[in-house]
Design a protein around this ligand. Structure first.
Ligand code: GDP
Ligand code: MG
Length: 297
């Protein structure tokens, strides 16, 4: 079971389509430098992909990200093909005016829309490669007291273009109580600043009780408190991804330790299709309307 990434459990309808045509998904990480963006990407996808090959054991294998890096992966799982585009960004520092740091991120998203737009207006519209960014994981510092001015500024530039899923980064450095308090503060600040984060869809009333409970747990965990690690440690004869401390191991995949599992679940299984739909129907349509208005001038 756990040697799978998990997308083969996409809802049935999506599953059938995906079997035929393959499934495309674009994920981007954004936030201050050093918050664990590259590490989380690795924890989400890469170490799993290389499971049978050599797993990088040493954390230092992740180099500091200095420019926008696009990784494309094609994974096949139980007959379903997923084409995943992962966009890692260098991050920025505390300065709101450091536009040169975060403008390239906005430009990147726009240019994927533009490519799609060009392709859509071209002759061969059947096989458009979709490299649009369907989800942006936004990393918020656990060291601060909530959102920083730069977070507010950047999120406000992003929220009309992409689905923002906010994360409380490196949550292993906080106590459960601190996590709870900081999560509430972040949500308040998101609301007060009129930042539109990704809205999880309402749960269908005909879903079973277990699904409803899961859905509720997912929504109440936002912003997801995450821990990333590229180190595989042995615990009780099992190989797990975790961070070692003198007092014990923080297990990335343990729901009692953090929300990594919830994030992964929604991204690659329960909400992947919705993230794609919102991107196409809302964000891309916004872009297209703006573009058409430009052309009319
Ligand atoms: P990025 O600049 O956001 O891409 O951050 P990196 O992924 O390069 O990580 C920066 C440092 O933080 C590295 O030394 C990582 O090992 C460490 N790190 C990454 N994720 C976590 C985490 O969840 N908790 C803790 N305590 N450290 C982490
Ligand atoms: Mg990085």
């Amino acid at each position: 079971e756990d040697e799978f990434i998990g997308f083969a459990t996409l809802p049935d309808q999506v599953h059938r389509k995906a079997v035929k045509r393959g499934f495309e998904f674009g994920l981007m990480v954004v936030g201050e430098t050093g918050l664990g963006k590259s590490t989380l990407i690795n924890s989400l996808f890469l170490t799993d992909l290389y499971k049978d090959r050599k797993i990088p054991k040493v954390e230092e294998t992740i180099k500091k990200t200095v420019h926008i890096e696009k990784k494309q992966l094609e994974i096949e799982e139980r007959g379903v093909r997923l084409r995943l585009t992962i966009v890692d960004t260098p991050g920025f520092n505390d300065s709101v005016n450091g536009e040169e740091n975060w403008m390239p991120i906005i430009d990147y998203i726009d240019s994927q829309f533009d490519q799609y737009y060009q392709a859509e207006s071209g002759l061969n519209r059947k096989n458009i490669q979709d490299t649009r960014v369907h989800c942006c994981l936004y990393f918020i510092s656990p060291y601060g007291h909530g959102l920083k001015p730069v977070d507010i500024a950047v999120m406000k530039r992003l929220h009309t273009k992409v689905n923002i899923v906010p994360l409380l980064a490196k949550s292993d450095i906080l106590t459960p109580k601190e996590v709870k308090r900081l999560k509430a503060k972040i949500l308040d600040e998101i609301k007060d600043n009129h930042i539109q984060i990704y809205q999880f869809p309402e749960c269908d009333s005909d879903e079973d009780e277990e699904f409803k409970q899961q859905d509720k747990a997912l929504k109440s965990a936002i912003p997801f408190a995450v821990v990333g690690s590229n180190t595989v440690v042995e615990a009780g004869g099992k190989k797990i991804r975790g961070r070692m401390y003198p007092w014990g191991i923080v297990e990335v995949d343990n729901p009692k330790h953090c929300d990594f599992g919830k994030l992964r679940q929604m991204l690659i299984s329960t909400h992947m299709q919705d993230l794609k739909d919102i991107t196409a129907d809302l964000h891309y349509e916004n872009y297209r309307a703006e573009h058409l208005a430009e052309e009319m001038k």
